[in-house]
Ligand binder design. Structure first.
Ligand SMILES: Cc1cc2nc3c(=O)[nH]c(=O)nc-3n(C[C@H](O)[C@H](O)[C@H](O)COP(=O)(O)O)c2cc1C
Length: 212
């Protein structure tokens, strides 16, 4: 297999500054709805890029769990690598890729912890197994083998046996990303893709077209 020979031509749709919503969040809702309708696999999966104090970037997937007050919300372990990096440097970037629609959305913003009550509320809504997992996993820490993790899970399960509502581990909760740049990318033929970028300037969203 020659990886260099893998290529795809994009022809599904076009995008223009005149036809997008003036509000990037409305535009996001429109595209997200279309991703749902197209039955994109994990439409709320997004890549989160963070930067540590030395300027070294790292990226991983997380799940969008809400778009509240114009902020993109996800949940994680505050002691994880991403959590520690965001505490020191809240600047981050999110990227969605919806291949079935030949679309990408890029977001740049600043992350902040959401209020603890909102994290509590979401934690309560999760399946018990995920709640136990959040207690059992020291996310991003080194562990010798899987057995240790399974033992921790079993211990936690025992500890909370008979307790209907599990408390939220204090190191687990949500972040909300307040964006200042949002770009909508629609694949086009001949690599002439459409890129419409919204930039927040003095509280107002300006709309630009970027070269592909
Ligand atoms: C599709 C997908 C969704 C994920 N969603 C989350 C999530 O919402 N929160 C989370 O902490 N990790 C999530 N993960 C795991 C992260 O990618 C990552 O492995 C973990 O958070 C540790 O990252 P870190 O060590 O850089 O902090 C997801 C992974 C995949 C593949």
């Amino acid at each position: 297999m020659n990886i260099a020979n893998i290529r795809k031509d994009y022809r599904k749709a076009t995008l223009d500054a005149g036809s997008v919503d003036q509000n990037p969040f409305q535009q996001f809702h429109k595209w997200f709805g279309e991703a749902l309708n197209a039955e994109v696999t994990e439409p709320n999966a997004m890549n989160l890029a963070t930067v540590n104090e030395h300027g070294t970037p790292s990226a991983r997937m997380v799940l969008l769990k809400g778009l509240e007050n114009d902020r993109f919300v996800f949940y994680t372990n505050y002691q994880s690598r991403k959590g520690k990096e965001l505490e020191k440097n809240p600047a981050c970037a999110l990227t969605f890729f919806w291949p079935e629609l030949e679309r990408q959305v890029r977001i740049e913003g600043v992350a902040a912890r959401i209020p603890t009550e909102r994290s509590d509320e979401y934690f309560r809504s999760r399946p018990r197994e995920s709640q136990l997992g959040a207690w059992a996993s020291p996310q991003s820490g080194l562990i010798d083998n899987r057995r240790i993790l399974e033992e921790r899970f079993a211990q936690i399960e025992k500890k909370f046996e008979g307790m209907e509502v599990l408390p939220r581990p204090h190191q687990w909760g949500g972040y909300e990303v307040d964006p200042h740049v949002i770009e909508f990318w629609q694949g086009g033929p001949g690599r002439l893709h459409d890129r419409i970028q919204y930039v927040k300037v003095d509280g107002q969203w300006k709309i630009y077209r970027l070269a592909p």
